[in-house]
Design a protein around this ligand. Structure first.
Ligand SMILES: [Fe+2]
Length: 294
């Protein structure tokens, strides 16, 4: 697989993957006039600090993915990390050591516009205290070339809730949007009940979806489940990314949630990052990127 970004290929792959949105997604002339084609890269679930049999290369996988993204022929406008930057630890000092080392590794990215958000491994044990020391607010918005991005925190609360305060903040932000504004939601956990038995849900995700539903052009990119996954609720699409540490099985496909065994013949199977192309004419195109060039 090539790692260069090519517009024709993006459209083609988007079509094959069934995730190229209808051209009507960006439906108004106003939206078209404001928009420009661009792409961004999503990293997720890097789990820096993990040590175990599911990835004997854990100390180097993130560095390899950074090198691969740095080698893209067309550099993305920005990069997002959708949580679980580090692997969980009970030791607050070790948590900070891992966050610091993670930050150091990703500082090698050529693209300097990098957005972070926490996963429950980073933030659930101290309600995001250490995470905030390194990366600031766990939820925020930003705008890029006519698209409104909303990063939501559904991990700092150990009960997996977005919480009333953030819901009120989200409602106030959405009030400023027009019904056909293009909105991308970034978050760690799925906002729908993908498989609550394995903690693949957000306790008050239904409240988030209720707030988003009136907006016609919303798409969600998330992580947490360590595999590519596509789902639609109403008119809103949800796209889960692969991880960079170990793949997890499909929901309910085995009795317990646990890493898929390491395959020495194919060490990066099921791992990678993702390039997301944004086009006013054709919507979003997703291209999964390998950890390292073959
Ligand atoms: Fe994770």
């Amino acid at each position: 697989m090539t790692t260069g970004y090519d517009r024709r290929e993006f459209l083609r792959l988007g079509g094959i993957a069934g995730v190229a949105f209808a051209s009507g997604l960006f439906s108004t002339a106003g939206a078209r006039a404001q928009a420009a084609d661009f792409h961004f890269v999503q990293f997720s679930d890097t789990h820096w600090g993990y040590a175990g049999a599911a990835n004997p290369d854990a100390a180097h996988t993130l560095e390899k993915a950074v090198a691969t993204v740095n080698g893209l022929a067309s550099q993305p406008d920005f990069i997002v990390f959708t949580g679980d930057l580090t692997h969980t630890t009970d030791d607050p000092k070790e948590r900070r050591t891992r966050l610091a080392r993670f930050k150091e590794i990703v500082s090698a990215l050529r693209v300097k516009d990098v957005r972070f958000m926490p996963g429950e491994h980073d933030a659930a044990l101290d309600r995001g205290e250490a995470y905030k020391e390194f990366f600031g607010a766990p939820y925020y918005t930003f705008d890029h070339k006519g698209v409104h991005f909303i990063a939501l925190d559904n991990v700092s609360d150990p009960a997996a809730k977005v919480g009333d305060e953030q819901l009120a903040w989200l409602a106030a932000d959405l009030k400023q949007r027009k019904p056909d504004d293009r909105i991308v939601v970034l978050t760690h956990r799925p906002l729908f009940d993908l498989y609550p038995q394995w903690d693949w849900t957000t306790a008050d995700g239904a409240k988030v979806m209720e707030l988003l539903m009136p907006y016609r052009n919303v798409v969600v990119f998330y992580g947490h489940i360590h595999q590519e996954h596509h789902h639609t609720t109403g008119h809103i699409q949800h796209h889960a990314a692969q991880s960079l540490i170990f793949p997890l099985p499909q929901a309910g496909s085995q009795p317990k949630r646990g890493p898929l065994p390491f395959d020495a013949a194919n060490p990066y199977r099921g791992l990678g990052t993702r390039d997301v192309g944004v086009s006013p004419a054709s919507g979003y195109g997703i291209k999964e990127l390998p950890v390292a060039k073959a």
